[in-house]
Design a protein around this ligand. Structure first.
Ligand SMILES: *Cc1c(COP(=O)(O)O)cnc(C)c1O
Length: 345
């Protein structure tokens, strides 16, 4: 195996050693299997491909300062996968099976777990999809559950770096009472082209509005939104079409640990003007502080009708920095895990 440069890891698919698999069929899960082939054989009529009966999770394993290995809040990911699976009528692994397979994935890819001190981790990607060949639009009780992993960098090293975001006037992510709050593969399909356009224009992120009225903020394409108000209040949207981010939940608890107020409520678009800091949060990036957010009525066109600015001195704000240090400090075992978030292997 070629030596991995732990300091220049990004976030991408990676061919490690082992994928951990289980197959649900005839009312029960198969034994857990360790596969090193990195390929599936599936029927061309597979529901997962035709109808996007497919969902996933994302969580991280860390090599901590004292040498131990911890997976961050895997019980929360197990519960969220079960909730998503129920929404699309799929069988889901139990919490203990989910955690066991994540552990096996780490243990059987140990050479890809970044050593302590590089601000890097092993990203675990559990995938659950329907392999059954079927045209009819009804659930079928069969599933493949696979846990794969990839070494992932911190994006920024020890320091946060901010990014710009754009609110597209001509794209929505999810509908109210639709699929937005579930971690479905399908939710991502509609974001590929808008992301491509946004990236070409120098925006790292898309900020989607709630599509019912387009008057409230929902979330970024792959991370939740939060804003800091009055230096002491953490505000994050309450919405039926936002994915319940475990990082966001964790940051809310960190903010409360700091004695901050936490407000989870609808966030009107105009309120973007009132935050001193704003950012995206999710497992992959942890926190992406936003330097500014533009509104564009038509994403492809140059016209910007409004800009919200968050870093007047060109520096990441103090609250984003403090929150980032707390969450990553707990993940790497540098700060006492008072909430019991680290699941030790
Ligand atoms: C996964 C995801 C997030 C982040 O969730 P975490 O549990 O914090 O990783 C946010 N938004 C969307 C749309 C997601 O799919």
């Amino acid at each position: 195996m070629a030596q991995i440069d732990w300091d220049s890891l990004g976030f991408d698919a990676y061919r490690t050693r082992t994928v951990v698999l289980a197959h649900y069929q005839d009312g029960a899960w198969s034994d857990i299997e360790l596969s090193e082939t990195f390929s599936f054989t599936i029927d061309p009529f597979t529901q997962g491909l035709h109808y996007a009966i497919s969902c996933f999770e994302g969580l991280k394993a860390f090599r901590q300062r004292d040498g131990s290995i911890a997976i961050f809040r895997p019980d929360k990911n197990a519960a969220r996968l079960a909730r998503t699976a129920a929404f699309i009528g799929m069988p889901a692994p139990t919490e203990s099976m989910f955690i066991k397979m994540c552990e096996l994935c780490v243990q059987n890819n140990l050479e890809f777990l970044p050593p302590y001190g590089h601000q890097a981790s092993l990203y675990l990607r559990p995938l659950l999809f329907a392999p059954h060949p079927q045209m009819q639009l009804v659930p079928y009780p069969e599933a493949i559950f696979a846990v794969m992993c990839a070494p992932a960098g911190s994006y920024y090293g020890a320091h946060l770096r901010s990014a710009a975001a754009v609110i597209p006037g001509d794209f929505d992510r999810a509908a109210p009472k639709g699929t937005g709050s579930y971690k479905l593969s399908a939710n991502y399909a509609g974001t590929f082209v808008p992301y491509q356009i946004a990236h070409q224009q120098g925006y790292a992120e898309l900020l989607y509005l709630n599509s019912a009225t387009r008057e409230f903020v929902d979330e970024f394409g792959s991370s939740n939104f939060f804003g800091i108000k009055g230096g002491n209040t953490y505000v994050t949207p309450l919405s039926d079409s936002v994915l319940p981010s475990i990082t966001n939940l964790t940051l809310q608890e960190c903010a409360a640990d700091f004695g901050m107020m936490v407000e989870k409520r609808p966030v009107p678009l105009d309120e973007l003007d009132e935050f001193e800091e704003a950012g995206g949060c999710g497992t992959a990036v942890v926190i992406t502080p936003m330097s500014h957010i533009d509104i564009k009525p038509v994403l492809r066109e140059p016209l910007v009708t409004r800009t919200f600015r968050y870093e007047p001195d060109g520096e990441v704000g103090p609250v984003c920095t403090r929150l980032y240090k707390r969450i990553t400090g707990i993940q790497f075992g540098e700060i006492e895990d008072v909430h019991g978030w680290c699941y030790k292997l």
